[in-house]
Design a protein around this ligand. Structure first.
Ligand code: NAP
Length: 296
């Protein structure tokens, strides 16, 4: 029989993101008062994927909240890679734009690698380019990958120390799992285990985690029996699940089966309201940083 932790702390990403947005608003107001440049974020959206549209709406709303300027550029999903790269060139050289993102996913005929590598690293506020990925191990990072940095910031603001802890990261993607595991080892001084699709006996690894971070995109992948008593669990997974029972016709589900996992944890993030808002806060912080680097 396992003992269970019935009282856990819910890690409130919305509250922390709101706190960060307030701090950014103050810095924007200071810049304004000093006659300095106001940060300007450009967003490129290709096609009309409903989830992407929602994410972009949240990003636009966040820019408005903190007083950033923003530009939304929309293109049909038939756009050629050549034309899209030309638009990226324009944004790269537009002196008024401090940071920009190309919302993913992209239609299958466009190469995510070609597109993201075309973004000037100093304006790459998602931190997707190889230059910014590599910057994780630099003494002088440029713009850190936004979602992983949002997770690190969330841990920090909840005083969850990572030094010497065993962090198990499930999911090893180029955008989330891989950079996050590097940041936990490099910046967080943690012992890190990375699990992926080819990991044999996943529960054997997840059960060892002091801090378990899951970024896969498979609702219900992590169940209570896979989690150590008292662990901290961070659920990055965000899958849109459709159904008539949900308001708006869909709901967002994490990778963690909250009902069975939460009672075993000391702390856990909900989905939605955990990592999602932190990604946006991180994007805003990167845009402010990009502006400060170009216009001190
Ligand atoms: P991705 O590119 O599809 O990567 C998923 C990773 O999980 C890959 O490393 C994959 O391995 C691995 N994987 C697949 N099945 C697995 C299994 N059964 N056990 C262990 N690992 C497995 O997705 P992503 O971009 O990293 O995103 C992951 C999730 O996070 C998605 O739900 C996404 O929507 C969400 N996300 C949320 C935010 C946010 O702000 N909250 C931001 C970004 C992403 P292979 O590479 O070998 O296939």
């Amino acid at each position: 029989m396992h003992e269970t932790h019935t009282t856990y702390t819910l890690i409130d990403g919305r509250r922390v993101a709101a706190e960060i947005k307030k701090e950014i608003t103050v810095r924007v107001q200071q810049r304004k008062a000093e006659g300095k440049k106001i940060p300007h974020l450009a967003i490129i959206l290709v096609g009309d994927d409903g989830a992407s549209q929602t994410y972009v709406d949240h990003k636009v709303k966040a820019c408005k909240e903190v007083g950033f300027h923003y530009t939304l550029m929309r293109f049909a999903d038939t756009i050629t890679e050549e034309r899209l790269l030309k638009h990226i060139d324009q944004v790269n050289t537009d002196p008024d734009v401090d940071g920009f993102i190309v919302q993913l996913p992209l239609p299958a005929h466009l190469s995510v690698e070609n597109i993201t590598e075309h973004i000037r690293p100093e304006k790459d506020v998602d931190g997707f380019t190889n230059r910014n990925f590599g910057s994780i191990v630099s003494k002088n990072p440029l713009l850190l990958p936004a979602t992983p940095n949002g997770v690190m910031e969330l841990l920090k603001r909840y005083n969850i120390t990572t030094e010497g802890k065993h962090c198990v990261v499930v999911g090893a993607s180029r955008l989330v799992g891989a950079p996050l595991s590097m940041m936990l080892a490099e910046h967080g001084r943690a012992t890190v285990t990375v699990c992926h699709k080819y990991t044999r006996n996943l529960p054997e690894f997840t059960r060892q985690a002091d801090i378990l971070i899951v970024a896969v995109g498979k609702p219900g992948l992590i169940t209570g029996d896979m989690v150590k008593e008292g662990a901290v669990v961070i659920d990055v997974g965000t899958t849109r699940v459709e159904g008539p029972q949900y308001k708006n016709g869909y709901t967002l589900k994490g990778d963690v089966d909250f009902v069975s996992v939460a009672p075993r944890c000391s702390m856990i993030t909900p989905v939605p309201g955990g990592v999602g808002p932190m990604t946006i806060a991180s994007l805003l912080l990167n845009t402010l940083r990009a502006t400060e680097l170009r216009h001190a």
